[in-house]
Each structure stands twice: as structure tokens, then as C-alpha cells.
Design a protein around this ligand. Structure first.
Ligand SMILES: [Zn+2]
Length: 579
């Protein structure tokens, strides 16, 4: 990358006369600029002024019109609007680096080994925390027991969240601090694990809170540190903004304080995590935008059910591999309706987590009542995940104007066992983003990090191929073994041959829109973010390949060179590398 400084510009100005030249901050030339606007136009030069895109066009034209403080020659590289992750947990990504990472462990003993390594980091008297274990990755595929943790850590409370956040594995010390015994009743929407009348150390959904509420609160300093770590990682992947699915008062305070200190080069559209004081405050407050559109308080996040992996997703019929179980309902239809009506009245949005077909129907029903009662049109009501849909409900999203907010990598993480949970019929309604898009909805995409890896490239690859990074499922792969279908009545190689239910794969441009323009549009921010257009914020990244047309291999190997937010460079590959 070549930086040509002001002397040359002045020379040009002197030669051609500077009277007509307007001053701008930076001129990017010799680039392939992808606008990702409705026309998907491309340009070779862009002028940036006061943090915004001032003009787009051809180099000669822009050089003749503008006097720039600096010129960046991109040597033919590509510029795309900054990625927007439409469903994630920003602090969780930073916290992941503060607590033990258990992703990819091959058995429970490996979890204990990693915890022993991490133990010296936590400080005296603290809880030993971890996140990311998944029993589906282990030989037994069964939930672990507290006994293993008790043997290794008899005196330190241990709290380990499952990869999907819907189960926790804890030791006896943690249960003791929380006052949980074998006689404690499970709360609504949760389960305290018992085996032969003894505590197992596994807590599902709302039961997790019984222990989590005893973990000492995180200090403001630590929160800001966690956010900084998270933002740094996002910028490495070209992410310039996120929809944060669950903030509370202390996180909002930390972000505002970072904005005031000019330490927050990022855009967060945030949703309050559950009903309570913070939600009441937001309903009452007029001020919802902070800094230079760095924090936007947009609405409320609620949960209708749990997750498919831990069989907490609420299904219309029992699980194929757990016949007595239809999952866990977390919110009632009437509660969702009530809060939605209040939110619409104050110009706020509601996002409800719904994974199972029954949970999705419940939320659609609740939204339908609220929309009818308020007469709202451009309400921006969202369902988060929409993983399993009954065929009758697919067209209801566009009919009601409800936004399906989906995460493509959930599909490629879950596809190995999704059919064993759902059976051969219901699985055809799982992760059906193309069917939804064809009904005319806007389709924002996210990663749900830290549940999945934050890199949007992984999501784009998953959305367009419906394959894992090894290219499975493919004609060559051993479908029967990889996809755990031995219990299933039918194997339909065709639906596994070209990606997992490959008919649901998207075009590259539709997937890119999911992580940029569509993500901005669903929060009514299309004037500011998600495209590169005159007047939008200069939030973008520079990359070596054309993401809209390169091969799948080139996509997976692509690397972001630089990330700019508000016209300022905030990440440069030469100064730090992505993990
Ligand atoms: Zn989430």
C-alpha cells in the first residue's frame, strides 16, 4: 500500500489550478470498491471527509475534483462495506479471553487439563470459569458429571458454560455456594440435573442463573478491558459494527465511558437482555444514540426456548432421539405480545430467540397479535435463529414483516446431529434461509459469537456452500458415519451430496448483503452503514480478493488487510494478525 503525501497533491493542484478543488481527508485510488447497495455498483476511487464517504467514482474524476490530505493507492485491492454481525454477544467475545476456552475439547479430561492450565490466571478467591464445551464432540456424547471437577478442584467453585450457553457444568463447591441441593426444585424454564436422586452438576437454561447469580460481579475496569479485546478481534475480521443481543446497565455504562474516552472505534446496536429495570428505563428514555452513532439502544431481547444441541429447543412434536421431550418454553406468548406492544409504542424493536418450530410459531403468533393491535407497519420485529420452521410458518415472516435473523455457521456446526434430533421429515425445515429469502424478507446474518467463530467469512462460506471447511458433506464423504444417521429411517444421499440440503445455499452477493446492507436495513440504519454510498459512514475493510466472485477456497483463505471506522484506520494486518 502506497501513501502519497500532500506535496504531490499540492503539485497537482498548482498545475491544474486549485480554485475548484474541494478539500477532503483521504482519497482511495486504484481500488475495487464494492458498494453492496441495491445496484451493487463498483468504483475505483473514493473520497472520505469528516468520517463519511464524500464521493465515489473514477480516479481521474475524483483527483480532479478533490484536494486530499493523503492518497491511499490500494494497488487493485478490494474495498467492502464493514461487516455487520447482526446477532452476537460482544462482551462475550472479550470475556472468552478472560475465561478458560473449552471449545474443541475431545473429552471431559481434556477440559480438566485446560482448567488446570488456566487456574493461575483467575486470582485468589475467584471462580474458575470456562466456556465452550460440547458433549457432542466427546466419545460418550453424554453430559459430564460434577465428580470429575470435584476431584480436581475440591475448594474452588467451577462454572463451565456449554458452547450454546444453554447448559452449565458446575462442581459441588459452586452448588454449595448457590445453596442448591438434590431437593431444590427446578425453576420454570430450567432443569437441575439429577441422576438416581443425586445432583449431576448439570444445569439447563433458567437453572443456570441459580449458580451464575452467585459469581461476583465484574468490575467496570474489567468490562472495558473485555470490550476492548472483543473490538480488536472484530476489527481483524473487517467487522465494524454489531447487533449485540443482550446488554445490561453495567455494559451500557462501560461502553458510554469508553466512547467518552475515545476508546470505542466501533458501532453497537444493542438490545436489553430481558425484562427488568433496564428495559423500563429504555422505554422511558428519549436518548438512545450515543457518540458518533457508536452505541444505539434499539430494543429488547427475549427468549422463547432453549437450543437444539441441549434438546431445549421447543418443538411441536417430541425429539426424534428423546421421545418424552418437546424441549423448554422460556417465555409465554402473552408476555411476548405485551412487551412487543409496549416496544412498538416507544419506537423500539423486539428480538425473540426462537429455535424450535413450536417456539417460532409461538413468537409469530405473539407478534401477529401485537401488530394487529397497534397497526404497526415498519416495526422491525425480529426472530433470532429461526432454526426449525414448520412449513405453514415460512410465508408468515414476509406476510407480517417479521425479520428472520439467522446464523449460517449454526447450520454447519449442527448439521452432523440435527437429523438425529429432528428426524428425516422435520429436518427439511431446518436452517432454510433460501426458502425464507425467496418469500421476500430481509435476511440479516450473524455469527452468534462467542458461540461460533466471529469471522463473517465463515458465515458467508457456510451460507453459500452448506458445507464444513473440509468440504463435507460431499459425494466423497462417508455420509452415514459423519452425519450420525444410523438411527434414522432413511438416508437421502441427494440431500447431503452437494452441501447439507444444498438447495438452501445462497448466492455470494445475498450472503454478503446478510452481513452488511441487510443487517443495516433491519435496524433502519441503511443511510449510515452497510453500504458504501455518498453520505454513509466510511466504515469499510480492504481485502485481497473479490468476495462476491472468488472461489470457495480463495474465500476461506482471504485476509483483511485494513479496517477503517469513521474514516480512521483502526486495524492494519502489518501490525497484528487475526487468530
Ligand atoms: Zn445469541
Amino acid at each position: 500500500m502506497k501513501l502519497v503525501f500532500i506535496s504531490q497533491i499540492i503539485l497537482t493542484a498548482l498545475l491544474f489550478g486549485c480554485s475548484n478543488m474541494e478539500p477532503v481527508d483521504v482519497l482511495f485510488v486504484n481500488a475495487n470498491i464494492h458498494s453492496i447497495d441495491t445496484m451493487h455498483q463498483s468504483y475505483t476511487a473514493m473520497a472520505v471527509k469528516d468520517g463519511k464517504v464524500y464521493a465515489l467514482g473514477e480516479r481521474a474524476d475524483l483527483e480532479a475534483r478533490f484536494q486530499a490530505k493523503s492518497i491511499v493507492d490500494l494497488d487493485g485491492k478490494h474495498i467492502f462495506p464493514g461487516f455487520i454481525d447482526a446477532h452476537c454477544h460482544l462482551y462475550g467475545l472479550g470475556e472468552q479471553q478472560l475465561i478458560a476456552d473449552l471449545v474443541g475439547t475431545h473429552n471431559p479430561d481434556e477440559v480438566v487439563a485446560r482448567l488446570k492450565e488456566h487456574l493461575p490466571n483467575i486470582g485468589e478467591g475467584s471462580w474458575l470459569r470456562g466456556r465452550g464445551w460440547d458433549q457432542n464432540d466427546w466419545p460418550s456424547k453424554e453430559f459430564p458429571s460434577k465428580d470429575l471437577l470435584d476431584a480436581a478442584f475440591p475448594d474452588t467453585p467451577v462454572f463451565l458454560v456449554r458452547v450454546d450457553g444453554h447448559a452449565a457444568w458446575v462442581n459441588s463447591k459452586a452448588l454449595e455456594i448457590a445453596g442448591i441441593t438434590a431437593n431444590t426444585a427446578s425453576p420454570n424454564g430450567g432443569k437441575i440435573g439429577l441422576h438416581n436422586g443425586m445432583l449431576t452438576g448439570i444445569l439447563i437454561d433458567n437453572a443456570i442463573e441459580l449458580v451464575r447469580s452467585h459469581i461476583p460481579a465484574t468490575s467496570d475496569e474489567l468490562l472495558q478491558h473485555g470490550f476492548s479485546l472483543a473490538i480488536k478481534r472484530c476489527l481483524e475480521y473487517g467487522i465494524t459494527g454489531v447487533h449485540d443481543m443482550g446488554v445490561n446497565a453495567s455494559k451500557i455504562r462501560a461502553i458510554k465511558s469508553m466512547i467518552a474516552q475515545d476508546k470505542f472505534p466501533f458501532r453497537v446496536t444493542a438490545y436489553i437482555d430481558g425484562r427488568g429495570d433496564e428495559w423500563e428505563q429504555l422505554l422511558a428514555d428519549d436518548e438512545r444514540i450515543f457518540g458518533e452513532m457508536q452505541l444505539i439502544l434499539a430494543g429488547l431481547k427475549m427468549y422463547a426456548d432453549g437450543a437444539l444441541g441441549s434438546r431445549g429447543a421447543l418443538l411441536l412434536e417430541p425429539y426424534e432421539d428423546d421421545p418424552g421431550n418437546i424441549g423448554v418454553q422460556i417465555s409465554s406468548e402473552s408476555d411476548i405480545t405485551k412487551e412487543t406492544i409496549r416496544a412498538i409504542g416507544q419506537g423500539l424493536q423486539v428480538c425473540v430467540h426462537a429455535i424450535g418450530d413450536s417456539a417460532n410459531r409461538l413468537v409469530l403468533n405473539a407478534y401477529e397479535v401485537a401488530i394487529r393491535q397497534t397497526g404497526a407497519k415498519n416495526h422491525g420485529l425480529r426472530i433470532e435463529h429461526c432454526q426449525v420452521l414448520h412449513p405453514d410458518d415460512v410465508a408468515r415472516f414476509s406476510a407480517l414483516g417479521v425479520i428472520p435473523s439467522m446464523q449460517p455457521t449454526h447450520c454447519t456446526s449442527d448439521m452432523y446431529w440435527a437429523e438425529s434430533r429432528l428426524g428425516p421429515n422435520r429436518v427439511t425445515g431446518a436452517y432454510i434461509w433460501k426458502s425464507l429469502l425467496e418469500t421476500g424478507v430481509l435476511l440479516p446474518f450473524g455469527s452468534d459469537f462467542p458461540v461460533e467463530h466471529p469471522n463473517p467469512i465463515d458465515g458467508i462460506y457456510a451460507a453459500c456452500t452448506r458445507k464444513d471447511k473440509e468440504g463435507k458433506p460431499s459425494e466423497q464423504s462417508h455420509i452415514e458415519n459423519d452425519f450420525n444417521l444410523s438411527q434414522s429411517s432413511t438416508i437421502r444421499p441427494k440431500q447431503y451430496e452437494h452441501g447439507w440440503f444444498g438447495d438452501e445455499a445462497l448466492s455470494r452477493i445475498d450472503a454478503l448483503k446478510g452481513f452488511s446492507s441487510s443487517a443495516a436495513r433491519v435496524v433502519k440504519q441503511e443511510k449510515y452503514f452497510g453500504t458504501l454510498s455518498t453520505g454513509s459512514y466510511a466504515d469499510f475493510f480492504v481485502i485481497d480478493v473479490d468476495l462476491s466472485s472468488c472461489s470457495d477456497e480463495a474465500l476461506l483463505n482471504s485476509a483483511v488487510y485494513e479496517t477503517w471506522v469513521g474514516g480512521q484506520i483502526q486495524y492494519s494486518k502489518s501490525e497484528g494478525s487475526a487468530q
